[in-house]
Write a protein that binds this ligand. Structure first.
Ligand SMILES: NC(=O)c1ccc[n+]([C@@H]2O[C@H](COP(=O)([O-])OP(=O)(O)OC[C@H]3O[C@@H](n4cnc5c(N)ncnc54)[C@H](OP(=O)(O)O)[C@@H]3O)[C@@H](O)[C@H]2O)c1
Length: 290
């Protein structure tokens, strides 16, 4: 099978390697010639412009940022054959799925979201969301799900809307928290000293905060601006922050205990094993033997 990867950025490179390791043939197209030449030299793949890549491929995987998605769909649509499959990997699904339906009138389309970044080694144990919306897409999504599961990925099928609602929490909330924590710490005069004496929970928080801050500003901004439930979840977070800080301000220890107990009870209902996360955190930090 020949796969066209459109967009030779971080994820495009990741999927290039992935499909090559699967034994597929890969043709890559991108906006910048420099990136294309680099990917050709590194992987020995064929490179082309978007249209030529689509014409030569059996499957097309669009790996461009959401801002560039419509332009790509518009450019390639006259060249898509009925036997081709066109998939995207955008981290938001409603918009690209709508665009694919608007432009791609031949071939099968499927919205996908690999819920992992370019740092992972394989898809084993990684989450994938597929967002088919009609019968043809649902049939193909079931087939693709089995294929991914044979490679030990965890695959979830849901509507684009549901995906975007869940991602408001899964991506939006930790990114928001990480950035606010970074901003807070950058305004705290003894930050460097805190790092030296850090315990496990602070190390964990710092890892999240610094990892989020190291990411691309455009990508993280587009997620905060476009995820549909983001204001709702971040608004709830602010509301909850107010509740907790008020107990601290009033030095109301008994209210704090009751609230913490209530949170523990609720957590236990949804995850009886939640306390094991303490061990998991230490294992991740390498501070206990696994
Ligand atoms: N990064 C992640 O962790 C992650 C995880 C899951 C899903 N995703 C999704 O994957 C997609 C790509 O993310 P990324 O991190 O790989 O972004 P990236 O590193 O910025 O790469 C995007 C690539 O798309 C190319 N591009 C833009 N417009 C194009 C066009 N009209 N024709 C051809 N190529 C074009 C860019 O080329 P130039 O560099 O020449 O402009 C760039 O190489 C996004 O939709 C993102 O939501 C990302």
């Amino acid at each position: 099978m020949k796969v066209a990867i459109i967009g030779a950025g971080k994820m495009g490179r990741w999927f290039t390697r992935f499909f090559l390791e699967e034994g597929d043939s890969v043709i890559v197209s991108s906006r910048s010639k420099e990136k294309l030449l680099k990917i050709r030299d590194e992987f020995g793949v064929e490179i082309a412009d978007n249209v030529s890549a689509v014409k030569k491929a059996d499957r097309v995987l669009i790996c461009v940022p959401i801002e560039n998605f419509e332009a790509v769909a518009k450019e390639i649509q006259p060249h898509i054959r009925p036997d081709q499959v066109v998939m995207d990997i955008c981290s938001i699904k409603e918009f690209p799925v709508k665009i694919m339906h608007e432009y791609v009138k031949t071939g099968i389309t499927l919205g996908t979201h690999p819920v992992f970044g370019p740092g992972v080694k394989s898809i084993e144990n990684q989450n994938f969301v597929l967002t088919p919306v009609n019968d043809e897409e649902k049939r193909f999504a079931r087939e693709f799900k089995s294929w991914l599961e044979e490679r030990r990925a965890n695959v979830f099928i849901m509507s684009p809307r549901k995906h975007d609602e869940l991602m408001s929490v899964v991506l939006g909330l930790p990114h928001f928290l990480g950035l606010v924590v970074c901003d807070t710490l950058m305004n705290y005069p003894n930050f460097l000293e805190t790092k030296k004496v850090a315990g496990a929970s602070y190390k964990m928080l710092l890892t999240l905060a610094e990892a989020v801050a190291s990411e691309e500003t455009e990508f993280y901004t587009s997620l905060q601006m476009d995820l549909p439930e983001i204001e709702k979840i971040e608004g709830l977070f602010l509301e909850k922050t107010e509740e907790w800080i008020n107990m601290v301000r009033r030095k109301n220890g008994s209210a704090f205990i009751s609230k913490m107990e209530l949170v523990k009870t609720k957590l236990k209902e949804v995850n009886p094993d939640y306390a094991r996360s303490y061990e998991v955190m230490h294992r991740l930090l390498g501070t206990v033997k696994s």
